[in-house]
Design a protein around this ligand. Sequence first.
Ligand SMILES: C[C@H](O)CC(=O)SCCNC(=O)CCNC(=O)[C@H](O)C(C)(C)COP(=O)(O)OP(=O)(O)OC[C@H]1O[C@@H](n2cnc3c(N)ncnc32)[C@H](O)[C@@H]1OP(=O)(O)O
Length: 726
Amino acid sequence: MPEATTQYRVESDGVAVITLAYPPLNALHPQLLKSLFENLDRAHRDPSVKAVVVVGSNNNFSPGFDIQQFRNQAGGGGIDNQINAAICSVLEGGPKPTVAAINGVALGGGLEVAMGCNARVCTPGTRLGLPELSLGIIPGFGGTQRLPRLIGLKKSIEMMLTSQPIKHEAALQLGLVDALAPSLDQLLPVARKYALDMAEGRKPRVLSLNRTDRLEPLSEALGIFEFARMEATKKAPGLKHPQLCLDAIQYGVEHGGAAGLVKEGESFSQAASLDTHKALVHIFFAQRSTKKIAGITDTDLKPRQLKTVAVIGGGLMGSGIATALILSRFNVILKEVNQQFLDGGMSRIKSNLNSRVKKGAMSQAQADVALSKVKGALDYADFKKVDMVIEAVIEDIPLKQRIFADLEKETRPDCILSTNTSTIDINLVGQKTKASDRIVGAHFFSPAHVMPLLEIVKTEHTSKQVILDTLDLSSRIKKTPVLVGNCTGFAVNRVFFPYTMAACMLVDMGLNPYNIDKVIAGKFGMPMGPFRLNDLVGSDIGLHVGKNFLDSFPERVYVTNLIPLMNQHKRLGEKSGKGFYKFDDKRKASPDAEIMPIITESRTSAGLLKDPTKPPRLTDQEVIEFIFFPVVNEGCRVLSEGIVDKAADLDVATVMSMGFPATKGGLIFWADLVGAAYIVKKLEAFASMVGPKAADFFTPCDYLLSAARSGRKLEEGASKSTSSKL
Ligand SMILES: C[C@H](O)CC(=O)SCCNC(=O)CCNC(=O)[C@H](O)C(C)(C)COP(=O)(O)OP(=O)(O)OC[C@H]1O[C@@H](n2cnc3c(N)ncnc32)[C@H](O)[C@@H]1OP(=O)(O)O
């Protein structure tokens, strides 16, 4: 383990430079903070020192408090609010003026240390922010007090509630940063001069905690707090830590910065004791660990620099994938079967880029450069130049097999051949080739240029080099990869199918689909309920994908007539103007009484209830459990079959694909908080509620049962891992 410390030197101009040093980014480990405190004291006591500059090593200031400590020590990672308050107070009000010299990022505690200094200097490209809420805590080194005093309440509350950093230009404009150094080699000279200017009275020495000039008048401030609280509740109903953050800010505005610091400490401790904090810290590390695959990323293998990728099929998926690739500067060949389809694909790519320009995510000039990276093709003439192919045609096995047989002939022997299938066995796709070592699944989620997850599906034949290259491609196109084994539905769609089936079962039992959606979205925190999602995806797609599960897992599926009937009535969802909901021309969804006869027909054919006039009365909590406990059960099968490398991968996959709330830590983390024994008991109760026709849907798998019996956590016991099979 590298040492967490600070280095101290006094320059010839009398400026003491204290360097934060803890690779890779200078996270604020308690040892580093202790050393910072000691060196500040040393500088203040040394009569030859006129001023102090704090800087980071490795060309970075600091990403904040060491998040590892939150993992090691529950309830706030052993943060000592007193020593932190002492550091900031010595920085701010000690005998010598202080300047933070910032490069890279100053986030969380990193920015708070910088705000404790009397001034801040940064380089172009620096990012500054307080993202603590994204970890379920609140700023705890004075950030709730100093940021509003430096830049005003409105912007500071926005920065804290969204956890979004700002760039150097905005920081300068807002007054968070006092001066810009034109380049990294000028950072220390500019910061030292600024510090001496303060020491020698040429510039005022500012104590941000005492400032009030940037705070809005109290009556206006109260309005800002009211609005922010409403917005926070609307965005994340039931979450406590955003309100705790606002409590601390408001208290400081009403009672002064010093009292606000005390309140901040209390609110921080409260937030740090909540499950939300544990869940979000888990997701932070889980997301980074999906890229680390034992036997691949820890070997001497190096990823090859893929430059040109061909995408076969310019439909919704293919054009989205091509967009993601050109946005990250890959050369792309988009292949279609005829000019009309090719034109359609190209115009979808253009429209994806245009919508980014409209949203301000890129300039028109950048969009033009991106578009110039894609070239259309109707044949394989240029495929010898291609480093990787991503096939994204319809889910038709013979068609995919034909394409792969062609690709084997038309590409170089080192070209990676991948398929974007969402459910089909990868071995089946490559069955007509001898290229199995270079075949891999690259399962994108729609819209592919937006959704952050990439499921990389390996078979027993896929080479390690191909897996490593695909992991690398994933990072380059800014997707989080999850490496999964080959089975129907892989990891994500495997755990997704009981979600829809359980929701349909509830409707067949007499519950109202709109109420179910309200509970699952509003109460549980999914981005939308299962029926609204069905309308987004399309009932036809749902039926098609669902068939794979009916065929592959007949012993544990629930066969409903609801989705087939929606298809029969051409209620395909948003694209046909009506599904479970009806849609206006702005695609706004509203309930539609016309679906009642369809629901009645489905209920009658399901025959789940002895007395259909008496549907069960389920609480909201029971609706949540009825839908999510079968999902957990399937997740346990995915773990025990080694489809994912570790439970945390499934957590990341569920958060980044189905929108499982990150604040609950992903599927298995949440299930462990609930407890396997309780889940088994409820699954058994649901089985007896629905009777023999659907009871098998709830049968707990061995993995879940054994965890329930032994008290073992679900995350602990994957019996075999994909990496061990490599
Ligand atoms: C009291 C205080 O108010 C409380 C706090 O300060 S809580 C901390 C608040 N800060 C944050 O939330 C920032 C967290 N970090 C980040 O957002 C991103 O890491 C970043 C923008 C700084 C860099 O992103 P990126 O370049 O993609 O690199 P990334 O892979 O994330 O990080 C590099 C390594 O640094 C580690 N790291 C980053 N920030 C860290 C932190 N604050 N503590 C510990 N480790 C950290 C990562 O885990 C990763 O380690 P690994 O290589 O072993 O996986």
